[in-house]
Write a protein that binds this ligand. Structure first.
Ligand code: RTP
Ligand code: MG
Length: 139
């Protein structure tokens, strides 16, 4: 089976709580290869643009404020069936509903501050990866 790619962010709560190393370890142990990675910081403007698809949702304003509240780690990951397998690895959006052993179950505390992002389709994985990384950085 061919490999494909997904995009992730370690969100400000998990960075602030010191979980970068533990989360990256879980990701690599689950068989994902890190294609590109950077430690960076979203602004209100860039977080708003990244989450523009959620503009009409009631949580949009809070989400943008949260995602620009501290540094994040952005990464492109590669594996067979990457998008679906990564969503399984991170668990449900609400950590109280995330299965035991998933990243959100282990490292997240609330539905908003839920430790990690994972793309929801191959198409969005490509769009989101290109939001953070140039073509040269996605080798
Ligand atoms: P993500 O995009 O971050 O991987 O999360 P997801 O697909 O599981 O959830 P999505 O519906 O795309 O929502 C994006 C992010 O918005 C925040 N959220 N807050 N307060 C709320 O009810 C609420 N609902 C969602 C979360 O940070 C969620 O991951
Ligand atoms: Mg989503």
């Amino acid at each position: 089976m061919a490999t494909n790619r997904t995009f992730t962010m370690i969100k400000p709560d998990a960075v602030n709580n010191g979980y970068i190393g533990a989360i990256l370890n879980d990701i690599v142990e689950a068989g994902f290869k890190i294609v590109a990675m950077k430690y960076t910081h979203l602004t209100g403007g860039t977080a708003g643009a990244f989450y523009a698809v959620h503009k009409e949702r009631p949580f949009y304003k809070d989400l943008v404020a949260f995602m620009s509240s501290g540094p994040i780690v952005a990464a492109i990951l590669e594996k067979e069936n990457a998008v679906e397998d990564f969503r399984k690895l991170i668990g449900a959006t609400d950590p109280s509903k995330a299965e035991a052993g998933t990243i959100r179950n282990k490292y997240a505390k609330s539905i908003e501050a839920n430790a990690v992002h994972g793309s929801d389709s191959d198409e969005n994985a490509a769009i989101e990866g290109s939001f953070f990384f140039s073509a040269l950085e996605q080798y």
